[in-house]
Design a protein around this ligand. Structure first.
Ligand SMILES: Nc1ncnc2c1ncn2[C@@H]1O[C@H](COP(=O)(O)OP(=O)(O)OP(=O)(O)O)[C@@H](O)[C@H]1O
Length: 480
């Protein structure tokens, strides 16, 4: 039993989808899967569908769904069909597709491929433990498979809660060619009959997800490899319903710093957190596309270039780890690619009120290369437009190392408004007998409170002369 012939050589345009559950904020793993699915569709000139899998009512919420739309849009994705915009296969919310599932469940039923299962969670757990103890892979033992019609009727009359199981055929092999992992083969004897409708009447993931993909015309299911072992089950359902089997691409899960897969349930680093920290969508896109996909271009890619660079054949198998240093690298690159207007808009909320346009423009020119996040702009705005009341420890050490005499000289050399800074520093170096870092570092420390930062001369051009004097005087007192 192979799905190869149905899955390949499709003349139809590529249709991909992202199908999250609205049960938490999207984390970077979800976002990466969404981005890759989006890029695959856009690259091929196909369609990208957003479907919300909210059959688990206890964990799903309207707020999370709205957040999901907002976060995906912020990341720069758009979709051709979805719950918020509709489309030819509406509804795109599984809660609203119950009648469709009932119809397809009854088809399976009519074909004799389902049966009610009355096993309780406790009974299933004991059975699983027994199998594990016997060194067997846990699978449903088939307890309710062979109940007689009378036994079933008797249990139903007693009102026992019943789930619905799919009858997996014995002794067959389900095979498919995964875009990332190549040929996959699963023996149906290892699968075990699985639940397609829970006791509360909601359909299980295996079923609704597969039926929706087929009915929505999805041709490529690109998802995390947490779903690899679900795929043979889904192929069995689609075959039983005579529905089209898509191609599958299972990408390695994105792991957190602790090595565990990111997961909504664990509240892992969400797109939202990063956005609130000031990360830019372009940084996320450039970072995420390179986790599990190798780009031809090493440099920063805008949206169009990202689509052009994307290639399904370059999806990788290796597990990818979220690395904040990498994200910061792409953030830096993205900031460098902002136009001046975009940059000013991005940091506007961090600037003190009342700056004139010239001060604003000068500030941007001076500090831009030193800003990765808006909070950096806040820190430099405080240094330049505010009062200096904090020194980082290395700055304090540099001031004390230079000594009181150095700052007495500095106050004389930089002694009047309009002093040309470069000339003044040269003169100070001669007077104090210092050069290089021994000359620049204490000055930088005294005037900014830091031992790193934007070029000093243009920064000082923004400081009032009285403030320069006050800071040098303060440093002189600190150095005593
Ligand atoms: N760590 C991960 N790395 C990459 N993709 C992931 C990761 N976790 C989930 N996905 C993918 O995101 C898509 C949406 O999945 P889903 O909404 O179930 O997310 P989830 O984080 O697994 O949620 P939950 O923790 O609630 O199960 C699926 O394609 C899934 O494979």
């Amino acid at each position: 039993m192979s799905s190869d012939s149905m899955a390949s050589d499709s003349p139809d345009p590529l249709v991909t989808r992202f199908a999250p559950s609205p049960s938490g904020y999207l984390h970077l793993g979800n976002a990466r899967t969404a981005l890759l699915s989006y890029l695959a569709a856009r690259k091929a000139g196909g369609r990208f569908i957003l479907r919300v899998e909210d059959t688990d009512e206890a964990r799903s919420s309207e707020d999370f769904m709205m957040a999901l739309f907002a976060d995906l849009k912020w990341l720069g994705l758009d979709w051709d069909e979805g719950p918020d915009i509709g489309g030819p296969h509406a509804s795109y919310r599984q809660q609203e597709r119950r009648a469709i599932y009932d119809e397809y469940l009854s088809r399976l039923d009519a074909a004799g491929l389902t049966y009610p299962c009355f096993c309780t969670p406790a009974e299933l757990s004991i059975s699983r433990k027994r199998q594990l103890a016997a060194g067997q892979p846990p699978r449903y033992a088939g307890t309710c498979r062979n109940l007689t019609t009378e036994e079933r009727a008797e249990r139903l009359v007693r009102g026992l809660p019943a789930a619905l199981r799919f009858r997996v055929p014995d002794g067959q092999v389900v095979s498919f060619v995964d875009v990332v992992h190549g040929e996959q083969r699963f023996n149906t004897n290892d699968i075990g009959d699985f639940i397609i409708r829970r006791t509360d009447g909601s359909t299980a993931f295996f079923f609704s997800n597969a039926v929706d993909d087929a009915l929505m015309g999805v041709t490529l299911v690109l998802r995390g490899d947490d779903h690899m072992t679900n795929t043979p089950r889904q192929i069995l359902i689609l075959q039983a319903l005579n529905l089209r089997i898509p191609q599958y691409a299972h990408v390695a899960l994105l792991l957190g710093m602790d090595g565990a897969p990111l997961s909504k349930r664990h509240g892992d680093t969400s797109l939202r957190d990063l956005r609130e920290h000031g990360y830019l969508p372009g940084a996320l896109r450039n970072h995420l596309v390179r986790l599990g996909h190798s780009c031809v271009t090493d440099g920063w890619l805008d949206d169009a270039a990202l689509i052009a660079d994307f290639d399904l054949n370059r999806l990788g198998r290796a597990a990818a780890k979220f690395d904040e240093a990498q994200l910061r690298h792409w953030q830096k690159e993205t900031v460098a690619h902002l136009s001046t207007d975009e940059f000013v808009k991005w940091i506007a909320a961090e600037l003190p009120p009342g700056l004139d346009p010239q001060q604003r423009a000068q500030f941007v020119t001076v500090v831009r290369a030193n800003i990765e996040l808006p909070s950096d702009a806040r820190a430099w705005a405080k240094v330049i437009f505010g009062k200096l009341d904090e020194f980082e420890p290395t700055a304090l050490a540099a001031i004390r190392e230079a000594g009181e005499g150095f700052f007495t000289e500095a106050l004389q050399v930089i002694g009047h408004p309009g002093t040309e800074f470069k000339q003044a520093v040269k003169a100070l170096g001669q007077a104090a007998g210092k050069k290089g870092p021994a000359l620049f570092m204490p000055l930088r420390a005294a005037l900014t409170g830091f031992t790193h930062g934007p070029e000093l001369a243009p920064m000082l051009a923004l400081l009032p002369f009285a403030e320069v004097q006050a800071r040098l005087e303060h440093a002189r007192r600190l150095a005593v």
